[in-house]
Design a protein around this ligand. Structure first.
Ligand SMILES: O=C(O)CCC(=O)C(=O)O
Ligand SMILES: [Fe+2]
Length: 287
């Protein structure tokens, strides 16, 4: 795996962002992205506990996909105050994934601005993500192949990114948006997953208040090095190929996959996992 550090800047103008990063689709970390937001000083676990402590939140762990579950079904639910206490007390694999903050806690809207990167952001969709020390979000790309602006708070988080051009080495599961779940991207086993050696991507470590721009359709794996949380803002995919894939994924792929899971159950999942390996190993030199 050949990972370059994502370039870092303290601030950026809309024009420099469009020319230097959005148009060529290169990731970038903006260190001072939130320094003028109230969130920069306010957003920590105690504050979230105060404003959202009574909410019941959906939690996910890293167990493999279960054919009995639908798309993105939570694995557990907990009161937010109990969840934050758990995060602060000990490592846990429970994460919050795609939590719509405007719907849940409208007052958090006061704490940030939609930044001007020269793009139209999807205003209804700021999403929050929480994770405990050592927990990770499986390698995936987003169903709509959007451009993602991911702002991190409280702790430190590691991100590993690959563009869609790397798909042939990704052990991508057919009819899905994830890599084979047996792979640990924080400590890859190259004997078992030889194609990973050929991957070329990016790595970044986010600290409190920093933002990473994830270009459209990029694969991302996120590991919480310390307990923390993040907010993602999004802008729709622009390239016709990515927009086409987004529409296909949303309108067709996920229904097809759900139907096949209902009909074939465990066999469908096992067959897809097997196909991911076969298809990827076809691209290995010498095969
Ligand atoms: O931080 C996470 O847990 C995942 C973030 C993510 O997948 C996203 O922003 O699209
Ligand atoms: Fe994502």
């Amino acid at each position: 795996m050949n990972l370059k550090e994502v370039p870092r800047l303290s601030t950026i103008s809309a024009e420099a962002f469009l020319n230097g990063y959005f148009n060529p689709q290169i990731p970038v970390v903006i260190e001072g992205a939130t320094s003028r937001w109230p969130a920069y000083t306010k957003w920590n676990f105690d504050y979230i506990k105060r404003v959202a402590g009574d909410k019941i939140v959906p939690l996910y762990d890293d167990r493999p996909v279960d054919y009995r579950e639908g798309f993105n079904e939570p694995h557990a639910r907990m009161k937010m105050s109990d969840y934050i206490e758990l995060l602060q007390k000990e490592p846990t694999n429970y994460r919050i994934f795609l939590w719509n903050i405007l719907r849940e806690i409208p007052e958090l809207r006061e704490d940030f601005d939609y930044p001007d990167f020269g793009l139209k952001l999807m205003k209804g969709l700021p999403m929050l993500f929480f994770g405990g020390s050592g927990s990770s979000t499986f390698m995936h790309y987003d169903i709509d192949l959007a451009n993602i602006f991911h702002f991190h708070f409280e702790g430190e988080k590691e991100c590993v990114l690959f563009s869609q051009a790397q798909n042939k080495f990704m052990y991508k599961i057919p009819h899905s948006l994830i890599s084979h779940e047996g792979i640990d991207f924080s400590d890859p086993d190259f004997e078992k997953w030889p194609a990973l050696r050929y991957l070329e991507g990016y790595r970044a470590r986010l600290k409190h208040g920093e933002m990473i721009y994830i270009p459209e359709g990029y694969w991302h794996y996120m590991r919480y090095l310390t307990p923390g949380f993040s907010m993602s803002l999004r802008a729709v995919a622009r390239t016709p190929a990515n927009l086409g894939k987004a529409i296909y994924n949303i309108a067709i792929m996920r229904y097809y996959d759900m139907t096949m899971r209902k009909l074939r159950g465990r066999k469908w999942i096992d067959r897809k996992n097997q196909k991911a390996i076969e298809r990827t190993h076809r691209f290995l030199p010498g095969s």
